[in-house]
Each structure stands twice: as structure tokens, then as C-alpha cells.
Design a protein around this ligand. Structure first.
Ligand code: ADP
Ligand code: ADP
Ligand code: ZN
Length: 218
């Protein structure tokens, strides 16, 4: 199987989802967000959703077992054949090792790991201002990315929006702790493999996209 396989790494609120969606639309490679999958499972009340709900609301990490099973099922689907952008996965060393095994078994490999770097101090505002379209999922921000027409989604025209329950200042703290303790160790893991590229996630959205495209080209 051929394709482009990218991992977007970065702290909660760093802009991974925003950039993954732009890449998906531009290059037709699918965004695989474990956060979105878990939220769908919570909304549907599945066993996975029931197990994940409280952990997500507290800003902790859902068990590696659940996540690895979820991503293995998803990557096996035909639309992933052209490639995919992993957004929010892997988040622990065991997840990264499981991914290597999974891809190795199908003779696939990761082409690039991009770290969207943003200092902690910027992330509370990013996260507490985040909202998204209830119909199509397009992402917005109260200050940094408002819909062109107030109250109307740019992409689908819907007038309904949602905010995530875990997007509050208290939970951000736990999520950042989890990022630094459990996810940041993956950066040297990928650096050693020569896959890691770092971009400046503090720049405006369009600028980050340009850096990302440059990093993927080079
Ligand atoms: P992540 O997927 O990494 O958690 P998001 O892509 O959801 O992050 O971005 C978090 C919030 O910050 C969203 O409200 C988004 O609109 C906004 N945002 C994303 N990238 C930028 C940026 N480069 N500058 C300012 N705000 C941004
Ligand atoms: P953000 O990028 O803003 O942190 P996500 O949507 O990626 O948000 O994740 C939301 C929550 O879902 C996380 O705080 C965590 O509880 C859970 N989650 C998502 N992906 C993973 C993963 N790969 N491993 C463990 N938990 C995860
Ligand atoms: Zn919409």
C-alpha cells in the first residue's frame, strides 16, 4: 500500500486538528483523530465511550488498550490506503510501539512526524476560546478564528455550535501534565528515527500551514 502517513504532535490546543483538517481537504488524506473517535463513542454510549467519558472529562489519558484497538480498526479501512494524518495519536510510548508493529505488519511506514510547538502559556486561551460547528465539525475560536459571518458556519451554513466539556481552565492543567509526562517523550523517539520536524505553532493559522507544507516537502 502506498500513501502519505503523517503524525501531528503537539500539546492540547496547539492547532493539530485545525491543520489536519486543512491537509485533509487539500490532499485527500484522511484525518484520524483519536479524540474525535472517543467523543463519538461517548455520544453513542458504546462500552468504549462509557469507559472513556470520566477520564476525558478529568483530562487524563484513556488506556492504551482501547486506543490501540480503535486505531488498528480505523487504519484497516479502505479510505486510509491513500494515507492518513494522525492527530492526537500516538500519545504514549506503548502507543507508538504498537503503531510501528501495526504498520510494519502491512508494510507501511510513517513518512514524517511534525511537532507543532506552542508554549504552555498560550494554550489556556486557545482551549477556552475553542468551539466547533455542531453539524460539520469545523473548528473555530472566539478571538483567533471567528466565522466570517457571526453565528454562521463558514463551511456548511449551520447556526449551531458546540464547546467541549473538557475545554476549561482546570482540565487544561491535567491535560498539559499528561502531555509533558507521557507524550513529550515521543519526540526523541521519532527524532532518533530521523522523522521529526518542528514548526512554530504560535504563528497565525495560515502561517503554520505554510510551515507545515514546507516541512512535508523537504
Ligand atoms: P488541537 O487539535 O491541537 O487540540 P485545535 O486545532 O483545536 O488544537 O486548536 C485549538 C484552538 O485554537 C481552536 O479554537 C483553533 O481555532 C485555534 N487555533 C488553532 N491554530 C491556531 C493558531 N495558529 N493561532 C491561533 N489560534 C489557533
Ligand atoms: P486535545 O488535542 O485538545 O488534547 P483530543 O481531542 O486529542 O484533544 O483528546 C481529547 C481527550 O481524549 C484527551 O484529553 C484524552 O483523554 C483522550 N485521548 C485522545 N487521544 C488519546 C490517546 N491517543 N491516548 C489516550 N487518550 C486519548
Ligand atoms: Zn459547519
Amino acid at each position: 500500500m502506498k500513501g502519505t502517513r503523517i503524525i501531528l504532535m503537539g500539546p492540547p490546543g496547539g492547532g493539530k486538528g485545525t491543520q489536519a483538517k486543512l491537509l485533509q481537504d487539500k490532499y485527500g488524506i484522511v484525518q484520524l483523530s483519536t479524540g474525535d473517535m472517543l467523543r463519538a463513542a461517548v455520544a453513542a454510549g458504546t462500552p468504549v465511550g462509557k469507559e472513556a467519558k470520566a477520564i476525558m472529562e478529568a483530562g487524563g489519558l484513556v488506556s492504551d488498550d482501547i486506543i490501540i484497538r480503535m486505531i488498528a480498526d480505523r487504519i484497516a479501512q479502505p479510505d486510509c490506503g491513500k494515507g492518513f494524518i494522525l492527530d492526537g495519536f500516538p500519545r504514549t510510548v506503548p502507543q507508538a510501539e504498537a503503531l510501528d508493529k501495526l504498520l510494519g505488519g502491512s508494510a507501511m511506514k510513517i513518512d514524517a512526524v511534525i511537532e507543532v510547538r506552542v508554549p504552555d502559556a498560550m494554550l489556556v486561551e486557545r482551549i477556552t476560546g475553542r468551539f466547533s460547528c455542531a453539524k460539520c465539525g469545523a473548528g473555530y475560536h472566539d478571538s483567533f478564528h471567528k466565522p466570517k459571518k457571526e453565528g454562521v458556519c463558514d463551511d456548511c451554513g449551520s447556526t449551531e455550535f458546540t464547546r467541549r466539556k473538557d475545554d476549561n481552565a482546570e482540565t487544561v492543567k491535567s491535560r498539559l501534565e499528561a502531555y509533558h509526562a507521557q507524550t513529550a517523550p515521543l519526540l526523541p523517539y521519532y527524532e532518533k528515527q530521523g522523522l521529526l520536524r518542528v514548526i512554530d505553532g504560535t504563528a497565525p493559522i495560515a502561517d503554520v500551514t505554510r510551515q507545515l507544507e514546507k516541512a512535508l516537502a523537504g
